[in-house]
Design a protein around this ligand. Structure first.
Ligand code: MRU
Length: 360
C-alpha cells in the first residue's frame, strides 16, 4: 500500500478480533506515537469520546455504534425487557459524552431503532442485528466520504490554495474524510494543492492531526497558527476554505470547531468561498437555527495546561473554553453532502437533498 492509501484508509475505529470490544487509534497520542486502545466497558467508551481519543463527528458516531453493540453483546439475559432497560441506560450514558456533534445521538438512535424493530425476536438475534447495523454505519460513512470528496473536488482546481480548520480527514471519519477528502482524492488523480492547516487552539487538532495526515499522504501542507489565517488570505494564497461540521441547523448555520466562524468571516472579507463539507446525517432539521445547537464547554485546563510542559497561565486565571462555534449561513458558499452541493436558501436546498436521499 502506498503512503497516500495508508493515510486515506487508516484504521481509526474498528471491532476487536473477538468482536467484543472497540479498538481505536488514540488521537491524543498523535503525531508522536501510534497507540491503539481496546475499549471494553461503557466507561472506557465514554472516556475515549470525552477525552477526544476518538474524535471528529462521524468517528464518534461509529465508535458509539460499535460500543453499544459490544455492551449489548455482553448482556447476560434472554429477557427482552431487561435487555432493553440496560441498552437504554448504556445508550443515554454514551450519548452524554459530548453534546455538539449530532452524529453521536444519530448513530445511537439508529442502533436503538434496530432493537425496537426486532423486539419479538430472541435477544441473541437482536445482538447479531446490532453488529450488522454498526458495520453498516461505518460502511455508509466510507461511501459518504467518497461521494463528498468527489463533489468537493468539483469546486477547486489544480494548484489552488485551500485553508482548513481543525481536522476533518480520515482520522475523523472512515477513509478520506470530509473537508480533506477532495484534497486526498485530487492527489490520487495527480492534482497538487497548497493546503494551509490552522493549528486549531486549544487542542491543536490542525497541528497534531491535519498536518500529520496531509504530510504523510504527500500533500503540500503548511501549518499556520490560527491568527495567521487573515494574512495568508490577504496574500492571495487561498482560493477556497474547506471545513467539516458537527451539526448543521435547518437554515444552514453550521457548528464546527471553535474558530471556524472567524475563518468564515475573514473569507467573506477577502472574497474567498467558504465551504462546509459533511454527510446529511450531520444536518439536524430539529434545530431551526444555530441558536438551537448546544455548544460543549470544556475544562479550562485545556487552555492553561494541556500540551505544555509548564502551565501557560496562572492557576487563578479564569478561562472560557467553548469547543465549537456556529458559522452563520450567510457566510457559507455551499454545504457539500454525499447527495450534492447545497446552496442558499439552505432550507430549500436541504429539502431537495433529503428527497434525493429518500429516492436512493
Ligand atoms: O472537538 P473535535 O476535535 O471532535 O472537533 C471536530 C471538528 O470540529 C470536526 O471538524 C468535525 O467533527 C467534522 S469531522 C469530519
Amino acid at each position: 500500500m502506498d503512503e497516500l492509501t495508508k493515510v486515506t484508509h487508516i484504521d481509526n475505529v474498528k471491532l476487536s478480533e473477538d468482536k467484543r470490544s472497540v479498538v481505536i487509534l488514540d488521537q491524543t497520542q498523535l503525531p508522536n506515537r501510534t497507540v491503539y486502545l481496546t475499549l471494553g466497558s461503557a466507561e472506557d467508551i465514554y472516556d475515549a469520546i470525552f477525552e477526544l481519543k476518538v474524535r471528529g463527528a462521524p468517528a464518534i458516531g461509529i465508535c458509539a455504534a460499535y460500543g453499544i453493540y459490544c455492551l449489548a453483546a455482553a448482556a447476560k439475559t434472554d429477557d427482552f425487557e431487561k435487555f432493553y432497560m440496560q441498552f437504554k441506560k448504556d445508550k443515554e450514558y454514551l450519548d452524554s459524552s459530548r453534546p455538539t456533534a449530532v452524529n453521536l445521538s444519530w448513530a445511537l438512535n439508529r442502533m436503538e431503532g434496530v432493537v425496537l424493530a426486532n423486539k419479538e425476536k430472541p435477544v441473541s438475534e437482536i445482538i447479531s442485528l446490532l453488529k450488522t447495523e454498526a458495520c453498516e454505519i461505518q460502511a455508509e460513512d466510507i461511501r459518504m466520504c467518497r461521494a463528498i470528496s468527489e463533489y468537493g473536488l468539483s469546486l477547486i482546481k489544480d494548484g489552488d490554495g485551500i485553508l482548513t480548520h481543525c481536522n476533518a480527514g480520515p482520522l475523523a471519519t472512515s477513509r478520506y474524510g470530509t473537508a480533506l477528502g477532495p484534497l486526498f482524492l485530487g492527489k490520487e488523480r495527480g492534482m497538487e494543492f497548497k493546503v494551509f492547516a490552522d493549528e486549531t487552539r486549544p487542542l491543536l487538532q490542525g497541528a497534531r492531526l491535519t498536518s500529520y495526515e496531509l504530510a504523510k499522504g504527500g500533500l503540500d501542507v503548511t501549518l499556520i497558527c490560527d491568527n495567521m489565517a487573515s494574512l495568508v488570505m490577504k496574500n492571495g494564497w487561498v482560493q477556497a476554505c474547506f471545513v467539516g461540521c458537527d451539526r448543521i441547523a435547518a437554515n444552514g448555520d453550521a457548528a464546527n470547531k471553535i474558530g471556524t466562524s472567524g475563518v468564515a468571516i475573514l473569507a467573506k472579507y477577502y472574497g474567498i468561498p467558504f465551504y462546509v463539507l459533511g454527510p446529511t446525517s450531520t444536518i439536524d432539521m430539529d434545530c431551526a437555527t444555530g441558536e438551537d445547537i448546544r455548544i460543549e464547554l470544556r475544562d479550562e485546563n485545556e487552555i492553561k495546561e494541556k500540551f505544555y510542559s509548564e502551565p501557560m497561565a496562572l492557576k487563578e486565571v479564569k478561562c472560557y473554553n467553548p469547543a465549537f462555534d456556529v458559522t452563520d449561513h450567510s457566510l457559507i458558499a455551499g454545504i457539500v453532502t454525499e447527495y450534492g452541493i447545497c446552496r442558499a436558501p439552505f432550507n430549500e436546498s436541504f429539502q431537495e437533498i433529503f428527497r434525493k436521499k429518500r429516492e436512493n
